[in-house]
Ligand binder design. Structure first.
Ligand SMILES: NC(=O)c1ccc[n+]([C@@H]2O[C@H](COP(=O)([O-])OP(=O)(O)OC[C@H]3O[C@@H](n4cnc5c(N)ncnc54)[C@H](OP(=O)(O)O)[C@@H]3O)[C@@H](O)[C@H]2O)c1
Length: 269
C-alpha cells in the first residue's frame, strides 16, 4: 500500500508499465490501484494483462501487447500507447529477460536477444515518449536495471552487459534532459521473489524453468513495488532495492578487492 504523497505523485498521471504481466511490473500495477493513475500495461501475454485490467478497473487501464524482441512491435506499441490519452507522463521501462549460462556456452543469438529485449527495446520506448515529455516540460522515465548493472557475476555475462548499458545511456540522458523538467530514475534491484530465474535463458535460448534459491528467498515483490513507487515519487536518481545483497554497493566502492573475494564465494543461482 503506497503512502499519501506517493499517491498524490501518481494521481491522474498516465503511467506506462512494461513487463506488466508478471513479477515486479504486475506488482507495480496493483500497488497503483488506489493512486488515481491511468495505466498502460504491456508485455507479450495478453491474458495476464487483461487480468490486471479487470483487477485495476477496466476504464483506467489500456492493454498494449508488446514484444520487446521486435523493433516493429515496439514501434506499433508506442503508437498505440501514445494514442490512448495523447501522452505518457511516467514510463516504467521494466520488461526484461535474464540469463543462466556461461559466456563460453552462450549462443551469439541469445546475447543479441538479451540486448534487444533489455537494452534496444528499452531505449526505443524511451525515444518514443521523450519528445512529448520535452514539449510539456515534464515527465519521468524509470528504468529497471539490476545490481548486475553494477558488477559482473557468474552465468550472467550478456544480462550484466545489457544492464550496464542502461546505466551509461540513462545517466547521460538525465544530464541532457533534467533541465527540461524530465526525471530519470534507475532502479537496481537485488534479489526479488519473482519468476525471473525460471524465465531466464540458457545458452541455447530455452528458459531454464528453474527457480534460484536466491530468488525464492528474495524480497517479496509487493514490498519491492511499494519501495519503487515511493522512491520514484520522491525523485530518486538511482534506487537500490533488496536485502543484504545491497551491502555489495558500498563494499565494492570502498574495498574492491575484498568485494571480489566475497563475490567469488557466492553461489551462482
Ligand atoms: N527479480 C529480480 O530479482 C530482479 C533483480 C534485478 C532486476 N530485475 C529486473 O526486473 C525486471 C522485471 O523482472 P521480474 O523479476 O519481474 O521477472 P519476470 O516475472 O520474469 O517478469 C519479466 C517481465 O518482462 C516481460 N518480458 C520478457 N520478455 C519480453 C519480451 N520479449 N517482450 C515484452 N516483454 C517481455 C515478461 O512478460 P511476457 O512474458 O508476458 O512478455 C514479464 O512481464 C526485469 O527487467 C529484470 O531484469 C529483476
Amino acid at each position: 500500500m503506497v503512502d499519501n504523497s506517493t499517491q498524490r505523485y501518481f494521481n491522474d498521471k498516465v503511467v506506462w508499465i512494461t513487463g506488466a504481466s508478471s513479477g515486479i511490473g504486475r506488482a507495480l500495477c496493483l500497488a497503483l490501484r488506489s493512486s488515481g493513475a491511468w495505466l498502460i500495461v504491456s508485455a507479450r501475454q495478453r491474458q495476464a494483462l487483461e487480468e490486471i485490467r479487470a483487477e485495476y478497473g477496466e476504464n483506467k487501464v489500456h492493454v498494449v501487447v508488446l514484444d520487446q524482441a521486435s523493433p516493429e512491435s515496439v514501434k506499433q506499441a508506442s503508437a498505440q500507447a501514445l494514442a490512448w490519452k495523447g501522452r505518457v507522463d511516467v514510463l516504467f521501462n521494466n520488461g526484461g529477460i535474464s540469463q543462466r549460462s556461461e559466456a563460453v556456452d552462450t549462443d551469439e543469438s541469445v546475447v543479441r536477444r538479451i540486448m534487444e529485449v533489455n537494452f534496444f527495446a528499452n531505449i526505443q520506448l524511451t525515444a518514443a515518449v521523450l519528445p512529448g515529455m520535452i514539449e510539456r516540460g515534464s515527465g519521468h522515465v524509470v528504468v529497471t536495471s539490476s545490481l548486475m548493472g553494477k558488477w559482473g557475476f557468474y552465468l550472467r555475462s550478456a544480462y550484466g552487459a545489457s544492464k550496464h548499458a542502461l546505466h551509461g545511456y540513462y545517466d547521460s540522458l538525465r544530464m541532457e534532459v533534467e533541465s527540461q523538467g524530465i526525471q530519470v530514475t534507475i532502479l537496481t534491484p537485488g534479489f526479488i521473489a519473482t519468476d525471473i530465474s525460471r524465465n531466464a535463458l540458457s545458452g541455447d535460448g530455452k528458459p531454464t524453468g528453474e527457480m534460484d534459491q536466491n530468488q525464492a528467498g528474495g524480497m517479496p515483490v509487493e514490498l519491492c513495488a511499494d519501495k519503487i513507487l515511493q522512491g520514484v515519487a520522491r525523485g530518486a536518481r538511482e534506487l537500490p532495492i533488496g536485502g543484504k545483497e545491497l551491502n555489495g554497493l558500498w563494499v565494492k566502492r570502498f574495498f574492491p578487492k575484498l568485494f571480489e573475494r566475497i563475490l567469488r564465494r557466492q553461489q551462482a543461482t
